[in-house]
Ligand binder design. Sequence first.
Ligand code: GDP
Length: 444
Amino acid sequence: MFDNLSERLGGILDRLTGRGALTEKDVDAAMREVRRALLEADVALEVVRSFTERVREQAIGATVVKSVTPGQMVVKIVHDELINTLGAEGQAIDVNSVPPVPIMMVGLQGSGKTTTTAKLARRMVQRDKRKVLMASLDVYRPAAMEQLAVLGRDLDIPTLPIVAGQQPPQIAKRALEAGKLGGYDIVLLDTAGRTTLDEEMMAEAAAIKAAANPHEVLLVADSLTGQDAVNLARAFDQRVGLTGIVLTRVDGDGRGGAALSMRAVTGKPIKLIGTGEKTDALEDFHPDRIAGRILGMGDVVSLVERAAANIDAEKAARTAERMRKGQFDLNDMREQLLQMSNMGGISGLMGMMPGISKMKNQIAAAGIDDKILKRQVAIIDSMTRDERRHPDVLKASRKKRIAAGSGQSVEHVNKLLKMHRNMADVMKAMGSGKRGPLAGIAQA
Ligand code: GDP
């Protein structure tokens, strides 16, 4: 499904990666091409705009890591933004509720709703060992009800017996009743679709939702319909409320626009994808894997990741060396504070320092968090170069100036200086291996 887009993006980025240097103009030209490729893949205009803008901003502001080219860096940025656009972390179907957990399927006729209901039931029974009941609420097309019954018989998964004359909300209630009596874990409700988006269909879906109070409301949408699928999702979400989307016919030759726009436009995650007609052709939606497939440049991405990791280690080693020599000034401290922020704050850093995890509770109790890190960096930023190198020169009047410059109190400045002294002491004593560098922070 992403073949075309993949080829186009691959070509554009390939031309970038081979070059030694990139100007802002080069990046702009590449982004214009990326923009065209995404639009041709039927990605929504608003998504294309914000995507290329975010990539451009980062590409121009990026510090290039040693041992990769600027172009390789851009590949990594595009890759990460693709993942963000697709929804960051994948989200699974949530069945954590009191059984029988009702899950409702909505969508247009022919989108693959009934097939997807059977696929989902099959995976829940066979893989997750759940007891599942399926119910068709399509009172307009007896053939649809029969289709679900046939699928159920093939898979050996029970379907709710058909009772003539009942309305969909009544059938939903009966299904839940049967689910409770039969000790089922999950009840899948396959609702009726129409050939086009109409108010009657959505009103009926809303009524069923009110009657069954489903834990998940999944829109089944055909990826081949591109932007129509996205508009459908938006309308359904506004009128009925959705918890997720199943994109079907991802095995077809769709251009990828639906998958790429869905999350950004609707705010709802794609949870599953249908990849064939058979009932085992259902997969979880993994944004990182899809991004990898679209870019097809996994080797470049991992190269940049490795290089970036090394740079951090290099910096840390340099600082450690200075610490050992007792040269730990406020510039070093600032560097440390920023690195802590970059590595996910205090807890991120603790994870990287052997022996430090013992102090976790102490640090939490002292109320150390990432806001403090920012405040401390701001204080150091208000000092002159000389003051940072020789904190001893900081007397009352200078402290007052620094406090005013950073928007903090003199007390905060004093605390920071005390913390620096503590850290410097600890650094020197580190050879004895008794305490780690965070000991100073806990006392600040
Ligand atoms: P409904 O009207 O929404 O219930 O749609 P159906 O479940 O009856 O599906 C319509 C057609 O699409 C059937 O022929 C299915 O086999 C087919 N179909 C459903 N999902 C997929 C899919 O992910 N890939 C492919 N290739 N075909 C699918």
